[in-house]
Design a protein around this ligand. Sequence first.
Ligand SMILES: [Zn+2]
Length: 149
Amino acid sequence: MTTIERTTYLPEGLPAPAPGPDGLAAEFWEAARRHELVVQRCNACKAFQWGPEWICNECHSFDLGYEQVSGRGTIYSWERAWYPVHPALKNGVPYIVALVELPDAGNVRMVGNLLGDPEQDVEIGAEVEAVFEDHAGDEPYTLVQWRVV
Ligand SMILES: [Zn+2]
């Protein structure tokens, strides 16, 4: 068992971070609530991009939408976080942050937690799938996380 110092960089008393389901990413968060993974896609040139922006990086069109994708991807990169930056994560370390590449969405890459044993061996290129983690409360939200398949 690994012993971890639980000193946080940010001060105690901060609320737990939660998504702000408005603006450019609103459609992403609404889809996550339905347990669907969507990625921003240009309606003019059909390029995928992530994260959401007002303009297409390929053709500079402002005509952007979202498209549902399979939720399957591969690990492009990852890191294991041993120290909690935020007080809300004090008892949540270690955890694994994965950068997941989505082949059916133009190979855009999304960041999320890799679920399972936080001390597991992680292999670059391993196949993963999206997991939808529901959070209750006054303003419920759903996070997109990942697990190896
Ligand atoms: Zn475009």
